[in-house]
Write a protein that binds this ligand. Structure first.
Ligand SMILES: [Mg+2]
Length: 242
């Protein structure tokens, strides 16, 4: 099937594991950086404990009505659980800064992504809707990868307090673009956040499986099916360009 000449006016992308790899390697690099900073601030860091807490925190929005994590709260909670101390404000911010740096440092984009976006923007408006508690991390990562200028609007869950599949990130994007859901095609890797989130809004959605997902999100009974499934971004040319 093809979406070209189908009334689609905008293509909206997820970021991690859709346009860039953000899988086990990048997550581990972030945890290693956090462990180093925790050791500096508080002494020996139990890495497996850190990983267990951070893995749990990363998935918390999906068990909490899609309320996005608050960076200060989860960072304070991490320190308290690891060391049984009430952290000082400056210690919390030091760790947030470490996580921000590690995130931006770990993000890299494959050279075929900018060329794809150049082709797409001839026919579509482009937007990005990302689940991440810290929008500065996403914005600066997009600048580092050189992708920021392709997107008319960037929506980050951390600015809204709600994560996909909650309607809020999608509604915020639609409000900015002044488009109807059926005029926007969503491309993402997460079955629940991206595909169910977009389809529940009434947007067509393409599932991409190019990178390993960071969490397991299995289909449930009654779920919406994606309008197409691709294993590489390069397949978007045939689906979207006329
Ligand atoms: Mg993703």
């Amino acid at each position: 099937m093809t979406f070209a000449n189908n009334g689609i006016k905008a293509v909206l992308f997820d970021y991690g594991n859709t346009l860039i790899e953000y899988g086990p390697r990048q997550v581990k690099a972030q945890y290693v950086a956090l462990a180093k900073e925790l050791s500096r601030l508080f002494g020996h860091c139990d890495f497996s404990r850190l990983k267990a807490i951070r893995d749990r925190q990363a998935l918390a929005p999906f068990h909490n009505g899609y309320v996005e994590n608050d960076m200060k709260l989860i960072t304070g909670e991490l320190i308290e659980e690891m060391y049984q101390v009430i952290p000082e404000e400056a210690q919390i911010w030091a760790l947030i800064e470490t996580r921000y740096r590690a995130f931006v440092h770990a993000t890299e984009v494959s050279s075929d992504v900018p060329s794809l976006l150049i082709r797409l923007r001839d026919q579509y408006r482009l937007g990005l809707v990302s689940n991440y508690p810290c929008s500065r991390s996403i914005e600066d990562s997009l600048k580092k990868t050189g992708l920021r200028h392709f997107f008319e609007v960037v929506v980050v869950s951390g600015d809204l307090g709600y994560a996909k599949p909650h309607p809020k990130p999608f509604e915020t994007m639609l409000d900015h673009l002044k488009l109807h859901p059926e005029e926007c095609l969503f491309v993402g890797d997460n079955w629940l956040a991206d595909i169910q989130g977009a389809k529940r809004m009434g947007m067509p959605a393409i599932l991409i499986s190019q990178y390993a997902p960071y969490g397991e999100f299995k289909p449930s009974d009654g779920d919406h099916q994606p309008d197409a499934t691709i294993s590489h971004l390069s397949e978007l040319d045939a689906l979207l360009l006329s």
